[in-house]
Ligand binder design. Structure first.
Ligand code: C2E
Ligand code: CA
Ligand code: CA
Ligand code: CA
Length: 278
């Protein structure tokens, strides 16, 4: 097996024991899929709650598996992480998302920010700044139209090196968001150290809207984000009642099935065109 960088393969023992055949099959097929670029991106709209305008898109990767059909990231992102393939996959996702976003801009669709998920491994490799800079230059996408979504776990590992990289990324003019906020290691110390633009309230909180203790947490996250100059977006918004509650809490933006599921690029473009006419 081909070694990747210094890490090589880091098979997780539990996963190997519980379902080793499936893991090895997917790990093997994933390597080919990455070199053959057997992936597509779907885009999910992000809506400004006060104005109802479409203000952003999150790019979400899917594997066009030759036999299994469309495979969702829940089945392969962990494997991609453990085999190191997520770095190359992540580079493809970044380039594809920026290419698409640049096309939409050229077509005159209103200003939107395209968000791309970044895995811990991509940052650990230390070459993200150069990669992002190249992709922006080659696609012509203005930096302020790109946002990278980071998880809390990324921020607490290797703080000094991460901080230096994120500062350089910010200097390129791109935006940074903390994904799944509130589910990580609950260290708030990094929040004023890292210069992030947005907090994404995790779906698990949004799904429990109506529970008083949970609602207090949502309220507190919004207040804290605003106090730190950040915008706050809620993910997994599925009902009008959830939207109404988030609006009451002054949450800025929302994303979820209430507005649209993640869509293939062509369908997302139709949605964009529709919003522009409103
Ligand atoms: P995430 O970043 O938290 O992405 C949001 C997930 O929630 C997506 O699942 C999306 O389809 C789903 N979702 C959106 N709205 C709703 C809703 O209203 N209700 C419910 N129940 N779910 C909703 P998806 O696309 O299957 O992605 C799962 C995870 O895989 C993502 O979670 C992210 O952690 C990871 N992922 C996806 N694309 C990439 C990528 O390009 N790179 C990396 N490193 N990870 C990715
Ligand atoms: Ca995300
Ligand atoms: Ca998320
Ligand atoms: Ca998540």
């Amino acid at each position: 097996a081909k070694k990747d960088g210094g890490n090589g393969y880091r098979y997780c023992t539990e996963q190997l024991n519980s379902n080793s055949f499936e893991f090895l099959r997917l790990a093997h097929e994933l390597r080919d899929a990455v070199s053959l670029k057997q992936f597509v991106l779907h885009f999910q709209p992000q809506i400004d709650l006060a104005s109802g305008q479409l203000v952003g898109a999150e790019a979400l990767v899917r594997w066009s598996h030759p036999r299994d059909g469309l495979v969702y990231p829940g089945r392969f992102i962990d494997i991609a992480e453990q085999t190191g393939l997520v770095a190359e996959l992540g580079n493809w996702v970044l380039r594809e998302a920026c290419t698409q976003a640049a096309v939409w801009r050229t077509l005159g669709f209103g200003p939107i920010v395209t968000a791309v998920n970044v895995s811990a491994l991509q940052l650990r490799r230390g070459d993200m700044v150069g990669i992002v800079e190249n992709v922006l230059r080659q696609t012509g996408l203005p930096p302020h139209c790109l946002e990278l979504e980071l998880t809390e776990s990324i921020l607490i590992e290797n703080v000094e090196q991460t901080l230096a990289q994120l500062n350089q990324l910010k200097q390129l003019g791109i935006k940074l968001a903390i994904d799944d906020f509130g589910t990580g290691y609950s260290s708030l110390a990094y929040l004023n150290k890292f210069n992030v633009d947005r907090l994404k309230i995790d779906r698990s909180f949004v799904g429990q809207i109506g529970n008083p203790a949970n609602d207090a947490i949502i309220h507190a996250i919004v207040q804290m984000g605003h106090a730190l100059g950040q915008r706050v977006i809620a993910e997994g918004v599925e009902t009008a009642a959830m939207r109404a509650h988030l609006l009451d809490c002054h949450c800025d933006e929302a994303q979820g099935y209430l507005f649209a599921k993640p869509l293939p690029a062509a369908e997302f473009a139709k949605l964009l065109a529709g919003y522009r006419q409103e």
